[in-house]
Design a protein. Structure first.
Length: 265
């Protein structure tokens, strides 16, 4: 009888210890599951917004996104592809959001957006070796390059509906720079910020023709879910805070020597 009682007691102790270990492991799993990670689609060569330097992703949008998600307690996981891959990953849910995304009404049918963190304008650039082109009127009937998946050709049509530009769609901005300089195409419609940085910091031999046009709000896109709505509200609070405390202005000055937020005030 004593042996039976001893065996039951030992079995009870072993069971209690196993339960304690299970609870400890469960607590550890709970802690790890609480780590908040946001997957962000970006291009690896989108100077000055996202590009790689010494094996690290840097740029204007990189600084903006880290500021926002550090503020609300998320770790950013970058998913790097070409721009058409960014769009495909966002649509399929392989990433949560994406960088440098114009919040257009058409895109609003598929995605919900945060408040904009800045407003982008479009410009047309030509070869600096072609002094004959002084305005967009001089490019009427000529070939202008736009990049696949961007919205700049629509901005051009909206602002210059009567001009007869011949638009050619490229997959890479680098190829566009080369073809403009060799005279294969006549101009390049792209973001003011990207072209200003390329010309001033990388000595790309282009010139900006005429004034910037269009006013595209740039925001974080998310698929339309209730969970994402809560995250969008949290991000909006952070964007408002980081604008007011000067963080975004500092980032803009760092990359462009211009505070683009001052234009919105």
């Amino acid at each position: 009888m004593k042996k039976i009682i001893l065996f039951v007691s030992i079995a009870f102790l072993l069971l209690t210890a196993a339960c304690g270990q299970g609870e400890a492991q469960g607590e550890g799993d709970s802690d790890s599951s609480e780590e908040k990670v946001i997957k962000v689609g970006a291009v690896p060569d989108g100077f000055p917004h996202t590009f790689q330097e010494d094996g690290e992703l840097v740029g204007f949008n990189v600084d903006i996104f880290h500021a926002i998600f550090d503020d609300i307690g998320y770790e950013v996981e970058w998913v790097l592809t070409e721009w058409d891959g960014v769009l495909a990953n966002l649509q399929s849910g392989k990433v949560d959001t994406a960088i440098n995304f114009a919040a257009t009404p058409e895109r609003g049918e598929a995605y919900d957006f945060t408040d904009p963190y800045y407003h982008s304008k479009a410009v047309v650039a030509t070869s600096s070796e072609d002094p004959k082109i002084e305005s967009l009127d001089d490019l009427a009937g000529k070939e202008l390059v736009s990049i696949l998946g961007t919205n700049f050709e629509n901005v051009l049509k909206e602002n210059y509906p009567e001009e007869d530009f011949e638009l050619v769609i490229y997959e890479s901005a680098d190829v566009a720079y080369t073809d403009i300089n060799t005279g294969k195409v006549d101009g390049f419609i792209y973001g003011r910020e990207q072209l200003m940085a390329q010309i001033s910091q990388r000595n790309i031999p282009l010139q900006i023709v005429d004034e910037p046009f269009g006013n595209q709000p740039v925001a974080l896109p998310f698929q339309k879910t209730e969970e994402n709505q809560e995250l969008i509200e949290e991000i909006n609070q952070s964007i408002e805070k980081l604008k007011k405390d000067g963080t975004f202005s500092e980032i803009s000055l760092k990359w462009f020597d211009v505070d683009f937020l001052a234009e919105e005030q």
